[in-house]
Each structure stands twice: as structure tokens, then as C-alpha cells.
Design a protein around this ligand. Structure first.
Ligand SMILES: *Cc1c(COP(=O)(O)O)cnc(C)c1O
Length: 427
């Protein structure tokens, strides 16, 4: 049984009508509180974002766009959506924003629908080098309905090779070029991508799902002015609810809006739109700019501490929130290491590394990041300690030493209890 000790408890009322479900949510809340969350695509949203998400805005249908809806009763929903849009436009400095995509994957699908015909060629980062499934993986609709060609990172540098991008673009003449991905520890050179796209007559799409909060906080260069279309999730570094946005120049606004609705979706999730508006307001504050720079400071401190312990970092380090680790020199694969680390209280994911000789379901690496621990108030001074626990847990995992993993988990529970998360009562 989960203790219900404080009136802060979000699920107190739910427990009266559905105790079974309330129990599961509480168990997940405790898990999120007790672990060190290093998954770079995850975060902890504010109490205000949680509040907006759990409102009766979920009751309303509003297919269409503000003042052009297919259902009556939109007096307030129109204002909610317009508020989210105007905040997105002012935060990122874009001409146009669509806040309706249900998540990052459908947002990207809308881009293909807007600009591509089945079979058309596009260029993107290879999945195994840090791309995303929706950038043309063979197991994604985007890889079967269209014709993807890929660039990668250099073998020695671990960084995107812009000469290779240009060579492939000139040979293949893609309609779209995607930049951005899920496992890129370095800055993305938007002006260089834009120059190549212009040379070959392609549209440039920047998928900033991972780094939107860093862009908003001014610690990563912006794609605005370089990419015609910008796609982002709202739930990663941007620290909003699960959702997505598409931002474009005026020229492409109509095509994007039509692709989202009626091209792909029905009614927008208005409670999510409201929570996106809240997150965008928070992201426009000085406090958020400090948060963004602290994410990067933490990632650099963690990378340095891991490198000192002999961890092999792809590209040698990080410029952003993310660190990709090749475990080959530690004589362990990514999956067993990730499982051992999770038991020890450190939550992360196994990941392919560039030129991985192993298979995607049991690759050579792990991927970590600092957005979530930074939200909790952890600072560079805490990172050597986290690196030491990681080192210990990886070694304990190799020896199947469950007792050591459980001891580390207990130490981490003690440690994380000093760093509150919104929505979970601090003991
Ligand atoms: C997370 C992510 C997506 C997809 O987002 P979902 O909300 O999981 O569908 C798309 N592109 C990139 C680069 C991502 O990191």
C-alpha cells in the first residue's frame, strides 16, 4: 500500500473512485521521486502544467482552427489556443505556430503530408547515428511511403559530417532535408544545413524535439531564419505536457495547418493546448534561461566525471543536455548495463552508438541527459557523485552483484529525497 500522508496528494480523490488505478499512479510517482532520472527526453513538469492538463478542457471538441471551427461553443477554447500560439510565436520568434499535433511523431508526419508525394526522396540523419524513427526508419511509415537517404557522423569525430550531407544532397536532390535527432550530443549547425538545402532546392526541416528548451533558453543556436519548418515536442527540455508544435515561415503556414487538420487529425486535445500555453509562459522567464544554462553546465560536469572514470563518450563530450556512452571498453553491452543501473536507482536507456557492431535491440551504448535532474535542483557539484554511482553500478551489474545494486539504490533514495518533484509529496 502507498502511504497517503499529505493533502498535496494528486490522487487522493481518484483513490475514492478507482483505488486500483490510484495505487498505480502513486507507485509511479514514488518511482519518479526515488530515482535519478537521466533519460534525456524526460523531465518533470511544473505543478501549473499538471494542473492545466487535468482540467475539463478535455471535454470539448474543437475541430478546425480559432474562429473556423466545426462545432459551436468555442468562445473560450479559441482564446486558449490563440494564447498558446501567440506565446509560441513570441518565445521562438516565428511567423506561425500550430499547437495541435498530438505528439512529435504525428507532427513530423504532417510535414511529409504537407510537402511530399509518396515515393519522394528526403535526407535525414541515420537512426543508428542519432536520428529518429520518423526520419525514415524502415520500420516507420515515413521509411516505407517515402524514399529516405541518410547522412551520418564521422567515425573519428562522432560529429555530423557536413561535407557528406552536401555530397548526398547534391547527388540525391531531396525534397526535404531533416536536421535534428534523438542522440546528438553536439550543437546543430543550422546555417550550414540551410546553405546546403538552398543549393539543392530542398526545404529544411529542423526537428528540435530534444533541444527546444535549450533554444528557448538561449543556450543552443536557433533554427529560426534557417529552417522553413520547425518541429518540436513540448515535453522534453521545453518541460510542458506531452504534445508537439510545428512552426513555420508565413509562406508555409497554410500547408502545415491543412496537413495537421484535416489532413491527419480530428479534434485537438484542448487540455494539452492549455498546458502547452502554461509551459510556454514559464519558458519565457529569466528563471527558465537559468534552467537551460544549468542543464548544459550539469551535462558538461557529468560528462567530465564519466570521462575521468574511463567512460568512452561519443564525440568526446557534450555541448547540450545529452551524453552518448559507448560501453565497449567496459566489456558490457548497453542493455544489461541499463538494467543494472535501473535496479541501482539510475533510470536511463540503452542506445545504439554510431557504427555499432551490435544489433539495435542489444546495442553497445547507453544514452543519458540532465534536463530532469536539473529541474529537481541538482547542480554540477552533484554530478561526480552520480558518475561514481554509475561506475559502481555498471561494475556490480557485470558481476551480477544484486546486493551492491540494492545498496546503491538505497543511497540514491536518500539522496533524491532532498530534491522535490511537483505533484509528489516530499516526505
Ligand atoms: C521525441 C522525438 C520525436 C517524437 O516525439 P513523440 O512525442 O515521441 O512522438 C520526434 N523527433 C525527435 C527528434 C524526437 O526526439
Amino acid at each position: 500500500m502507498t502511504d497517503r500522508t499529505t493533502p498535496l496528494d494528486l490522487t487522493a480523490r481518484l483513490a475514492e473512485s478507482d483505488p486500483q488505478l490510484a495505487e498505480l499512479i502513486d507507485a509511479e510517482g514514488r518511482r519518479q521521486f526515488e530515482k535519478i532520472r537521466l533519460i534525456p527526453s524526460e523531465n518533470y513538469v511544473s505543478r501549473a502544467v499538471l494542473d492545466a492538463t487535468g482540467t475539463l478542457l478535455t471535454n470539448k471538441y474543437s475541430e478546425g482552427y480559432a474562429h473556423k471551427r466545426y462545432y459551436e461553443g468555442q468562445q473560450f477554447i479559441d482564446e486558449v489556443e490563440e494564447l498558446a500560439i501567440s506565446r509560441a510565436k513570441s518565445l521562438f520568434g516565428v511567423d506561425h505556430a500550430n499547437v495541435q499535433p498530438y505528439s512529435g511523431s504525428p507532427a513530423n508526419l504532417a510535414i511529409y503530408l504537407a510537402f511530399m508525394q509518396p515515393g519522394d526522396t528526403f535526407l535525414s540523419l541515420e537512426l543508428a547515428h542519432g536520428g529518429h524513427l520518423t526520419h525514415g526508419s524502415p520500420v516507420s511509415a515515413t521509411g516505407t511511403w517515402f524514399r529516405p537517404v541518410h547522412y551520418g557522423v564521422g567515425h573519428e569525430t562522432g560529429r555530423i559530417d557536413m561535407d557528406q550531407v552536401r555530397d548526398i544532397a547534391q547527388k540525391e536532390r531531396p525534397k526535404l532535408i531533416f536536421c535534428g535527432g534523438t542522440a546528438i550530443p553536439r550543437l546543430i549547425d543550422f546555417p550550414a544545413f540551410s546553405a546546403i538545402a538552398r543549393e539543392v532546392g530542398a526545404l529544411l526541416v529542423a526537428d528540435i524535439a530534444h533541444i527546444a528548451g535549450l533554444v528557448a533558453g538561449g543556450v543552443h543556436p536557433t533554427p529560426v531564419g534557417h529552417a522553413e519548418v520547425i518541429s518540436t515536442t513540448t515535453h522534453k527540455t521545453l518541460r510542458g505536457p506531452r504534445g508537439a508544435m510545428l512552426m513555420t515561415t508565413e509562406e508555409h503556414a497554410k500547408a502545415i495547418d491543412k496537413a495537421v487538420f484535416p489532413g491527419l487529425q480530428g479534434g485537438p486535445h484542448n487540455h494539452t493546448t492549455a498546458a502547452i500555453a502554461v509551459a510556454l509562459k514559464e519558458a519565457a522567464t529569466e528563471e527558465f534561461r537559468l534552467y537551460a544554462s544549468q542543464i548544459v553546465a550539469n551535462a558538461k560536469a557529468l560528462a567530465e566525471a564519466l570521462a575521468e572514470r574511463g567512460f568512452d563518450l561519443v564525440s568526446g563530450g557534450t555541448d547540450n543536455h545529452l551524453i552518448l556512452i559507448d560501453l565497449t571498453n567496459k566489456d558490457v553491452a548497453g542493455k544489461p548495463a541499463a538494467k543494472a543501473l535501473d535496479r541501482a536507482g539510475i533510470e536511463l536507456n540503452f542506445n545504439t552508438v554510431p557504427f555499432d557492431p551490435r544489433k539495435p535491440w542489444s546495442p553497445s551504448g547507453i544514452r543519458i541527459g540532465t534536463p530532469a535532474v536539473t529541474t529537481r535542483g541538482m547542480a554540477p557539484e552533484h554530478m561526480p557523485r552520480i558518475a561514481a554511482w554509475m561506475d559502481e553500478a555498471v561494475e556490480a551489474g557485470k558481476k551480477d552483484d544484486g546486493d551492491s545494486l540494492d545498496r546503491i539504490a538505497a543511497e540514491i533514495r536518500e539522496f533524491t529525497s532532498a530534491f522535490p518533484i511537483p505533484g509528489w509529496p516530499t516526505p
